[in-house]
Design a protein around this ligand. Structure first.
Ligand code: SAM
Length: 122
């Protein structure tokens, strides 16, 4: 099975210019934990999780660019799912944006998606 077979799409994305407050609302209103951050051309420039928001509060950070992780571990629609699962485990991340050939974000896969595959509810 390939990543493209199980991606949740369309992905919920946010522009790098939004505030931390707006980012936290997007996470809560959509019941998600990962928010890929894109620039004006919809290119991936980072990722925010609720952990990053907690850190922003703890450390009085004020901008998305300051708190996002800019080196994003991503996957592609044609990558085998087990390769992605190993990548997520090695890098200690619980979600990865999925890119198409033009490097645009077309979906997300989270650890929750992967555990559903083996019949375990995360
Ligand atoms: N293991 C937990 C998890 O997966 O959410 C917490 C630790 S994880 C190291 C938390 C950090 O990983 C956050 O700063 C977040 O921005 C970053 N992160 C989450 N997904 C990522 C991804 N696909 N690529 C790069 N960093 C990512």
């Amino acid at each position: 099975k390939l990543v493209g077979d199980i991606i949740s799409k369309p992905p919920i994305l946010a522009n790098q210019n939004i505030s931390i407050n707006e980012a936290s609302k997007i996470l809560i209103e959509n019941g998600i934990n990962h928010l890929p951050i894109v620039d004006e051309n919809k290119n991936l420039v980072g990722i925010i999780t609720s952990w990053d928001i907690a850190r922003a509060v703890a450390q009085n950070k004020n901008s998305i660019l300051e708190i996002m992780t800019a080196t994003v571990i991503s996957s592609t629609v044609d990558e085998p799912i087990d390769v992605l699962a190993r990548k997520m485990s090695i890098y200690n991340i619980s979600g990865a944006p999925i890119l198409d050939k033009n490097k645009k974000v077309v979906g997300m896969i989270t650890a929750e998606d992967l555990s559903k595959l083996v019949g375990i509810r995360a």
